[in-house]
Design a protein around this ligand. Structure first.
Ligand SMILES: *[C@@H]1O[C@H](CO)[C@@H](O)[C@H](O)[C@H]1NC(C)=O
Ligand SMILES: *[C@@H]1O[C@H](CO)[C@@H](O)[C@H](O)[C@H]1NC(C)=O
Length: 319
C-alpha cells in the first residue's frame, strides 16, 4: 500500500495499590506522570528486513513517544485476545503506526480491533484511553468507525505540505496548546511529510454517516490526482486521533532523498503533537500488575538495528 520502507500509572492512588478500577472522582483531577504507551508492531513484508524478525517498529515512533515523557511497550501480533486484554489494562494509550497491511484481514487489523473494542468500552465507562493513528493508523481508525474499508487513491508520495486547516481547529483538543504563530506556519509552510498512495477523501467522509458522526476533520490536503483527503482528524466523543502525515519524521528520520520537514517550526509541531498525545495518556490509570511485569514488557528489553543501508529508517526494532 505504501512504498518500501514506509509504506507506508502508575497509580497515583494514594494507597499505592494499582488497580484498573473504574475512575473515581480523584481520577478526574489526578494525573498519571508515569504513562506507558503501547505501540503495535507491524508485520515484516520487505525481504531485506526478514532476517531480523517477523514484526517491527521503526525507532522514530519510539523516540517520538519517549520524547514527550512516556515509556513504550511494543505489542506483538501473535498473542491471544486474553493476553491483549491484560496488556490493555496495563497501558495508558495505543499508537498505530504507518506501514503496509490489509485493513481487514491482517494480524495488525485483527489486533487493532481487539484494542479498539476495549478502548470504546473503557472510554464509555469513563476510563480514559487514547488511541493515535499515523498514516495507515488513521486509515485503520476510519475503517473501524465506518465498519468498512473506505480507502481510495489519494497519492501524496514523498511530499511535504502545509495543512489546509478547517474551521473546527480553534475548538479542537489536538491543537489547543499550539501558539497562534505556529498554527499560522502549519497552514503556510510545508511542515507535514506525506508518504501515502491511499486515503480517505473528504467526499467519502461526507458521504459516510458513521465516519462523519465519529470524527471531526481538522485539516485536508489535495493529492497528486486532485482528490482532497482528510489529513488530520479527532474523535468527537472518544480520545481517538488520526494524521495521514508523519509527525515523527520531522525529528527522527533523516534520509536526504525524502522530504522530511526538519525546520524549527516542523520540529515544534512534532514535539507538541507528541506532548499532546502523551498528555492524553497521563489521564489513564491503567497499570501493570507488578513492577517485574512492567519491566519485562518495556522497549528497553530490545535493541534497535541500524537499518540505514537497506530501509528508509535509521533504526528499527525487530521482534
Ligand atoms: C481549503 O479547503 C477548503 C474546503 O474545505 C477549500 O475551499 C479551499 O480552497 C482550500 N484551500 C486551499 C489553499 O487549498
Ligand atoms: C552500510 O554501507 C556502507 C557502504 O557500503 C558500509 O561501509 C557499512 O558497513 C554499511 N553499514 C551497515 C550497518 O551495514
Amino acid at each position: 500500500m505504501f512504498s518500501k520502507g514506509f509504506a507506508a500509572h502508575l497509580c497515583v492512588l494514594v494507597l499505592g495499590h494499582c488497580t484498573n478500577a473504574m475512575p473515581t472522582k480523584r481520577h478526574l483531577d489526578a494525573v498519571n506522570n508515569r504513562p506507558i504507551i503501547g505501540i503495535l508492531t507491524q508485520e515484516v513484508m520487505d525481504d531485506v528486513m526478514k532476517p531480523f524478525g517477523k514484526t517491527y517498529i521503526p525507532d522514530s515512533y519510539v523516540k517520538y513517544i519517549e520524547s514527550a515523557g512516556s515509556r513504550v511497550v511494543p505489542i506483538r501480533l501473535t498473542l491471544t485476545t486474553t493476553e491483549y486484554e491484560k496488556i490493555f489494562k496495563s497501558i495508558n494509550g495505543l499508537l498505530l503506526i504507518g506501514g503496509s497491511a490489509d485493513l481487514e484481514t491482517s494480524d495488525f487489523a485483527r489486533v487493532t480491533r481487539v484494542f479498539y473494542r476495549l478502548a470504546l468500552q473503557a472510554n464509555d465507562e469513563g476510563d480514559h484511553f487514547p488511541i493515535w493513528g499515523t498514516c495507515m493508523g488513521l486509515q485503520l481508525l476510519t475503517a473501524l468507525a465506518a465498519g468498512e474499508c473506505l480507502l481510495t487513491k489519494t497519492p501524496a508520495e514523498n511530499i511535504a505540505l502545509p495543512l489546509n486547516l478547517t474551521a473546527n481547529v480553534p475548538s479542537s483538543r489536538m491543537f489547543q496548546g499550539f501558539p497562534s504563530e505556529l498554527m499560522n506556519a502549519l497552514s503556510k509552510e510545508p511542515l507535514t511529510g506525506n508518504f501515502h498512495h491511499f486515503g480517505i477523501t473528504t467526499k467519502t467522509f461526507a458521504e459516510n454517516e458513521k465516519l462523519r458522526n465519529f470524527y471531526t476533520i481538522l485539516s485536508t490536503n489535495v493529492a497528486e490526482n486532485g482528490a482532497r483527503f482528510v489529513s488530520t482528524m479527532e474523535g468527537k466523543r472518544y480520545p481517538f486521533y488520526g494524521v495521514q502525515w508523519h509527525p515523527e519524521v520531522n525529528r527522527f528520520q533523516w534520509k536526504p532523498n525524502l522530504n522530511y520537514p526538519h525546520s524549527s517550526n516542523a520540529v515544534r509541531v512534532s514535539s507538541l503533537l507528541a506532548e499532546f498525545f502523551v498528555n492524553e495518556g497521563r489521564r489513564s490509570f491503567h497499570s501493570y500488575a507488578t513492577p517485574e511485569e512492567e519491566a519485562s514488557s518495556l522497549i528497553y528489553n530490545y535493541v534497535p538495528v541500524n537499518t540505514q543501508n537497506f530501509t528508509g529508517y535509521e533504526q528499527i526494532y525487530f521482534f
